[in-house]
Design a protein around this ligand. Structure first.
Ligand SMILES: Cc1cc2nc3c(=O)[nH]c(=O)nc-3n(C[C@H](O)[C@H](O)[C@H](O)COP(=O)(O)OP(=O)(O)OC[C@H]3O[C@@H](n4cnc5c(N)ncnc54)[C@H](O)[C@@H]3O)c2cc1C
Length: 509
């Protein structure tokens, strides 16, 4: 009975699968190995959405003699299989670009911060965000969660626990059949005549890959890395760690911890430290009060997401200046987690002048006096400085930055913002000197570095689908332009008749 009820659907799937003359085996991957009804509920619901959307689309570049079959050069390689990389990959499939590959340095299931250095209990975002779903209803976290746990559990859910979000991303990767290679760190990227040569380190072995286009979906630290202040660099590495590092809190039991910075990650680290049983935690900040207005929270509305990149350079600068200058407050959940803990102090108005290390003790000289700790945690955030990315060493000199495009009078209002890359309309890098480094149009910055050029489309959850769609559509359009001679020739040679004259009884005079 159950089978008959769904027979129409299975027939529909088979019909669609058989009409798709494509090398892409999305539907086959579902249909051949298993009966449709054996699929988990969440996969079935998604598959129905995809069929209704006529997904996958045709491989509209198939047959181009410039693309041999098999083609040793990927059309697009995405570096990073975190949320942004996954969404970009799925968005490329949606636009009919299938010869792609994602590479991530992390083991499978540990991409991004969620199961590694994200120390909050739940996401900061609200639960009903579209996130990476690209407008496909059953690709949302909401649909996935309800299929697994039911509608009542959804009602009861407050914010999304980190682990669950990562499980959702793992399902997303499987459900959208994304081709991902883990344990691969991109170490160099060399522009060649018609492609890039990428060198990865894969478990100690070099791996060479060629790609026509490369998308850097390398996350918050992807255009500069974590900020390690100069004043700690002379300390033994065993006595300090950035919040993005793995920290053995068990080993810090009964120790005095100093945390520099009061952002979300600092408070999360303080909470874990206190819960594990450290002796004390000091959070050290230069400001005289905790920032409590997150200007960025006011931004992800549709008009901003769509229109920000169309603003003049000066206007975009003003928007981001207003948001960055206000600083980003710690979330309420993080504050509540440590509130009232007598082992926690927040040291305001505190500027560090020097740090020394002697007899296993870190001494910090400040304008408020001397403080001593056993271990320091750096909640100092991320640099924007492409020169810190080893993989960009062959191209970084040619990449246009905001400080190359705006007069110094404007840049000096926030010099660090001047180091953001100045990107084109589809997240592509642009050359410092117009007309040089033509390969840059095939290199896309889809990480936090895109913030000044595109707003919040590349490294936060709410508008990631808008960003990935912009990126994928830009890539599709560019492939069309690059291969337009062949498409024009195809048009001229196109002879498929819609009907045969003799089949119809018309008098054509
Ligand atoms: C602790 C924390 C909590 C956050 N909470 C929220 C939230 O609640 N809501 C929200 O909207 N945003 C949040 N964000 C911001 C944002 O959503 C996350 O940073 C998210 O992970 C961004 O996805 P991403 O794919 O851009 O980066 P990531 O998830 O960091 O993925 C980047 C991937 O690139 C890989 N990579 C980097 N360099 C290389 C290389 N050279 N070679 C190969 N692979 C490489 C990394 O291994 C990583 O897996 C949070 C960020 C952090 C750090």
């Amino acid at each position: 009975m159950q089978f008959i009820k769904h027979l129409w659907f299975i027939t529909l799937i088979c019909a669609i699968a058989s009409t798709k003359a494509t090398s892409f085996s999305f539907l086959h991957a579902y249909i051949l190995p298993r009966n449709f009804m054996d699929l988990p509920k969440e996969d079935r619901a998604l598959l129905r959405d995809l069929i209704l959307l006529n997904h996958p689309p045709e491989d509209w570049r198939q047959g181009n003699p410039q693309r041999p079959n098999p083609d040793p050069t990927y059309d697009v390689v995405i570096i990073g299989a975190g949320m942004a990389g996954l969404t970009a990959g799925a968005a490329l499939f949606k636009e009919g670009i299938f010869h792609i590959k994602l590479f991530d340095q992390s083991p499978q299931g540990l991409e991004g911060p969620w199961k590694t250095y994200a120390r909050m209990r739940t996401l900061r975002s609200v639960k009903d965000i579209m996130g990476p779903a690209l407008g496909i209803p059953h690709l949302t976290f909401h649909a996935w969660f309800e299929a697994l746990f039911g509608a009542e559990a959804w009602k009861q859910l407050g914010k999304i626990p980190n682990d669950l979000w990562m499980d959702y991303l793992k399902w997303y990767r499987h459900a959208m059949q994304l081709p991902i290679e883990n344990h691969c760190t991109l170490v160099s990227l060399i522009p060649m005549q018609e492609c890039f040569e990428l060198e990865f380190q894969q478990l100690g072995q070099p791996l060479l890959v060629k790609a026509r286009k490369v998308v850097l979906a390398t996350g918050r630290a992807g255009f500069g890395g974590p900020v390690i202040p100069n004043f700690v660099k002379h300390l033994p590495k065993s006595v300090y760690a950035h919040t993005t590092e793995n920290i053995d809190f068990e080993a810090l039991k009964n120790r005095r911890i100093g945390i520099i910075g009061v952002g979300a990650s600092s408070f999360d680290a303080a909470a874990v430290a206190l819960e594990t049983g450290v002796k004390s935690v000091d959070l050290i900040m230069r400001r005289n009060h905790l920032p409590n207005v997150n200007k960025f929270s006011s931004l992800p509305y549709k008009g901003f997401n769509y229109g920000y990149c169309q603003l003049s350079d000066e206007k975009r600068w003003q928007f981001m200046l207003a948001a960055f200058d206000a600083a980003i407050p710690p979330p309420m959940e993080a504050l509540k987690r440590v509130e009232g803990n007598s082992n926690l102090r927040i040291l305001s108005n505190t500027s560090i002048s020097q740090i020394s290390y002697e007899d296993s003790q870190i001494s910090i000289e400040t304008n408020r006096g001397l403080y001593s700790y056993d271990f320091l945690i750096l909640g100092t955030g991320f640099h924007i400085d492409g020169y810190q990315q080893p993989e960009l060493q062959h191209v970084i000199d040619h990449i246009a930055l905001w400080k190359d495009r705006l007069p110094y009078e404007i840049i000096k209002t926030h010099p660090k913002m001047g180091d953001f890359p100045y990107l084109g309309p589809s997240f592509e890098f642009l050359p410092k000197k117009p007309g040089t480094a033509p390969y840059l149009k095939n290199l896309y910055c889809y990480n936090y570095g895109a913030t000044l050029s595109h707003g919040l489309l590349s490294s936060d959850i709410p508008a990631i689908s808008i960003g990935a769609t912009r990126l994928a559509q830009g890539i599709a359009a560019d492939f069309f332009v690059q291969e337009s001679d062949w498409f024009l020739q195809c048009l001229k040679e196109y002879q498929e008749k819609d009907f045969e004259q003799e089949d119809y009884l018309f008098i054509i005079e």
